[in-house]
Design a protein around this ligand. Structure first.
Ligand SMILES: C[S@@+](CC[C@H](N)C(=O)[O-])C[C@H]1O[C@@H](n2cnc3c(N)ncnc32)[C@H](O)[C@@H]1O
Length: 206
């Protein structure tokens, strides 16, 4: 890492994708205004939930958002692997899942579909935003996303229980739909069509 903090003076993330973000916490001598406290201060941009034609609900920017800006955290119940697999089978049957794997290797895994066809996993904790969550639960997948996910450590240094922060990966215009790459594994079979609409669309969500 070339810089001292993962954020610049404006609170925008400058850390390379795939690295853990360590924010200051109650053990630090710094104040609440410390530039290394971003996710813990909460959402600071205007967002709007809206209905799409083919993807259900979605979220769009209600203001311009510059690259690196923290958008929101993915919140929900924290489940162990066993419970997540049990619930995942049920969610797969209805074709809509709010499960998010907390995975340190975001570049190589991220989020896998759950259910009978899943591949062996070693990721023990999963966030389920089905019943308890925030605006992040409405953010859809895109094969050419404008958000990037980082694992952020605040009070706990256990990366398996990291916060998941969504940051703008480029400048986003007011009105643009927000999206990130779910990184579902493409398994044999028909799967589920992707409706992200981007020119680089892989065609399938999974
Ligand atoms: C975390 S939820 C996102 C919010 C969801 N659209 C809703 O109405 O609540 C994930 C689900 O949204 C749908 N979805 C998200 N991105 C999609 C895409 N690019 N194409 C098709 N369906 C998508 C799938 O049903 C997926 O399981």
């Amino acid at each position: 890492m070339l810089r001292r903090f993962p954020y610049d003076g404006e609170g925008r993330i400058v850390l390379q994708e795939g690295y853990l973000v360590y924010e200051c916490n109650t053990s630090c001598m710094c104040s609440e205004e410390c530039p290394n406290r971003v996710l813990q201060r909460g959402v600071n941009v205007k967002l709007e939930v809206f209905k799409t034609r083919h993807k259900g609900w979605a979220v769009r920017a209600a203001q311009n958002i510059s690259r690196g800006t923290f958008v929101c955290e993915y919140l929900g119940e924290v489940l162990n692997d066993q419970e997540a697999n049990r619930r995942g089978e049920r969610y797969d049957q209805v074709g809509c899942s709010y499960l998010y794997d907390i995975d340190v290797h975001l570049n190589t895994g991220g989020r896998s579909r759950r259910g009978p066809s899943r591949v062996p996993r070693i990721k023990p904790f999963v966030i389920d935003a089905t019943k308890h969550g925030n605006v992040a639960r409405f953010i859809n997948h895109s094969c050419s996303p404008n958000l990037v996910n980082y694992q952020v450590l605040v009070e706990s240094m256990d990366y398996q229980l990291a916060h998941i922060g969504l940051f703008a990966s480029r400048d986003i215009l007011c009105g643009e739909e927000l999206s990130y790459d779910y990184r579902y594994k493409l398994l044999p079979g028909r799967g589920c069509p992707c409706h992200c609409g981007s020119s680089g669309c892989r065609g399938r969500l999974y």
